[in-house]
Design a protein around this ligand. Structure first.
Ligand SMILES: [Zn+2]
Ligand SMILES: [Zn+2]
Length: 139
């Protein structure tokens, strides 16, 4: 299966083949600032599964892991489409939202929950609480 992730203007494209190794959400402060959203939804791929077309620019920073991570964004519209770093040189990440695919596999893990915005749907719910929306199905 082949899926294409694109930036807002469409010139930066990531074509991914096969299935992602991992799909996750992250609520950390860095992801919130980077995406402008309260949750980042990411997918991990082997670099060999992914092909990049179009022009990109890189914003590099040190991750909490102590390794550099590089975000590749479109110089025209600013969307961060994919990223890679020194911690896992064989893999890269692609923003799930850039696939804009309602059938994309759902997240199976969640990080940075302490930063969840109060009252948002992403906040994990206690299994015992009543009269609330069903628990998000993260492991
Ligand atoms: Zn663009
Ligand atoms: Zn994060």
């Amino acid at each position: 299966m082949e899926r294409t992730a694109t930036c807002h203007c469409g010139q930066l494209r990531v074509i991914a083949t096969g299935e992602p190794e991992r799909v996750y959400v992250c609520h950390c402060k860095a992801c919130q600032h980077r995406t402008g959203s309260i949750i980042h939804n990411g997918s991990s791929w082997r670099k060999s599964q992914v092909r990049v077309e179009g022009e990109d620019k890189i914003y590099a920073r040190m991750a909490d892991s102590g390794f550099e991570i590089r975000f590749h964004f479109c110089p025209h519209c600013g969307t961060s489409v994919f990223w890679e770093g020194d911690k896992n040189p064989a893999t890269c990440g692609v923003a799930v939202g850039c696939f804009a695919d309602p059938d994309f596999p759902p997240p199976d893990s969640s990080a940075g929950r302490r930063r969840c915005i109060s009252g948002s749907d992403c906040r994990p719910r206690s299994r015992t609480s009543r009269n609330r929306a069903p628990e998000v199905a993260f492991r």
